[in-house]
Design a protein around this ligand. Sequence first.
Ligand code: SF4
Ligand code: MG
Length: 326
Amino acid sequence: EPHALDLEDLVMHFGPVRAVDGVSLTIPKGRVTALVGESGSGKSTVGRCVVRLVEPTAGVVRIAGADVTHLSRRRLRRHRGAVSIVFQDPAASLDPRMLVGEVVAEPLRLSGRRVGRREREARVARELERVGLRAEVARRYPHELSGGQRQRVSIARALISEPMLLIADEPTSALDVSVQASVLNLLADLQRDIGFACLFITHDLSAVEYLADDIAVMYLGQLVEKGPREQVFARPAHPYTQALLAAAPVADPVRQRRRQPVLLGDDLPSALDPPSGCRFRTRCPLAFDRCAREVPAQVPFGSGMAACHLVQRDGARPDVRAADTS
Ligand code: SF4
Ligand code: MG
């Protein structure tokens, strides 16, 4: 059975900016992969390549086994393994002149399939109810709704075409903290009920703890670690993943006390001129001479991989907490 998504060596350069630089990733049907990284790591660009908001510079994008790398957006909408996207900011992504009902129904129109008015209204009502809104909301305008309600409308619109794959790009980070959890819960419930595959893009490792099956960690345009969620949380292999986890807020007070000081003091280097060798070396507390000379290979680690000279196939891994950071 084909995977929901296969990325093979995806490259996206904007002029001299190497936003995405060789990303390979597979999402099986019905599974959720969290793509984690700081802002500027290129993770949103990966999502935009998948839905063809931008055309990749090189590499292959396969959805449901079919190569869609060079399909137009219009052709992609009509493709059998549909893909939808939910953006960070619902205020910016919803057309303010359209009624909510028209917003939600739009993908049906764009799919090129004829859908009668009755069926369209019934499906809009069903989608609105599925995301926890009343069907009457269809006759309101987006600006009459709260931020959380607007993001629910975006989710309803994304799901009405019954996509095999949903791209969720920081779907809660523009929302009030008070509604973030309810929107994340909604996405998790919908994913369990409907079973779409999901690429969940986020800068926040703690947000993926109960939503993701797998985690992929991105740094300056490249993946530095991939693995099942439990493995990445329990035994992070790459120093960058370890630093991200150490900086993440942890609910458990016992673990909280063992929290390490933030290790990522400096900003992300520029994707215009990434460091030689290992791109993380300018911030890595464990960097040594080889790291500047040699690009680390992707080493199999548990059921995943990590790209660091100190990670071993036999499961040995570096420990950033042991580094002398004085
Ligand atoms: Fe740090 Fe070197 Fe490993 Fe890169 S390869 S993460 S610089 S130890
Ligand atoms: Mg982004």
